[in-house]
Design a protein around this ligand. Structure first.
Ligand SMILES: [Zn+2]
Length: 277
């Protein structure tokens, strides 16, 4: 029996953060009729069995985006309906059909997010065997889609930037916005050809839309590095992107941990706005 278990924290009534060994978060929200799992981790260990210890309600999977560290655990949830924005479909074909991305993730992130002797080896021992098929069918989810869990509704907001199909999910009962990698403690935007600012502009527009709805939520439940952060973080990222676009803020190239690229900071916001890795 492995000593490594997902860490489960109840962050609000019927709402749990499931931390995949401090690498990435998934969240479970239970309503009267069914439950929603928001993201699924990399698929190290079995998140499906953790979810089944918390709820026996019918389950839907809502993906904040199509990156491998958020979709990699779907193989543990056979038979569940999976919702994702179709603009992130391209990531699925890029996912290797073996454990290589999970191994890479453990070896690069593990020592930083989970420091300590032997943890890399411990996490590697939890890789799925046989290696699961990364392809899964999904139902397209879009801006304004409402997922009624019974006495509790999650509404999708399309928030492109970190990925073209990024979605946040707004929970009307807990007033939590599940923000994935759109707003957390350190956000990545991939480097653009000739360092053009089109992606920063798109992300800025997303933040403007999110902040305009800030009367609907109090906290963000984030994809990495922590669980709940104050909604004012959205405003910090909005001000930061505004400053980068109008030239009042300039960042600099840095290499930090597994991150390389041009980064700028303001308040609670850290944005790798031309990120190489
Ligand atoms: Zn991501």
């Amino acid at each position: 029996m492995s000593t490594y278990r997902h860490e489960v924290t109840e962050i609000a009534p019927k709402t749990w953060c499931i931390s995949e060994f401090k690498l990435v978060n998934a969240f479970l929200a239970e309503g009267n009729d069914r439950a929603a799992l928001i993201d699924t981790g990399c698929g190290i260990g079995n998140i499906g069995s953790i979810v089944r210890e918390l709820t026996d309600k019918p389950l839907v999977v809502l993906l904040t985006h199509g990156h491998a560290d958020h979709i990699g655990g779907i193989y543990t949830l056979p038979g569940c309906s999976v919702y994702m924005n179709s603009q992130d479909e391209g990531f699925l074909s890029g996912m290797p059909a073996d454990n290589s991305f999970r191994r890479f993730y453990i070896e690069t992130r593990g020592p930083i997010r989970f420091p300590g002797e032997g943890h890399v080896e411990g996490l590697l021992s939890l890789l799925p065997n046989p290696e699961p098929d990364p392809v899964f069918p999904f139902i397209p989810a879009e801006e304004g889609n409402v997922f009624d869990l019974g006495g509790r509704r999650l509404t999708a907001i399309h928030t492109p930037g970190h990925s073209p199909g990024s979605l946040c999910f707004l929970d009307d009962t807990t007033r939590i916005l599940f923000s994935g990698d759109t707003v957390n403690n350190s956000i990545i935007l991939m480097r653009q050809p000739n360092n053009n600012t089109s992606l920063i502009q798109q992300y800025h527009d997303t933040l403007e839309k999110m902040w305009a709805r800030s009367y609907d939520y109090d906290h963000l439940a984030i994809g990495h590095d922590g669980m709940l952060i104050p909604k004012e973080t959205v405003k910090d990222y909005l001000d930061l992107t505004e400053g980068l676009l109008n030239g009042t803020i300039t960042g600099a190239y840095e290499e930090s941990g597994f991150r390389k690229g041009d980064v700028a900071r303001l308040g609670r916001a850290e944005l790798w706005y031309q990120c190489d890795a």
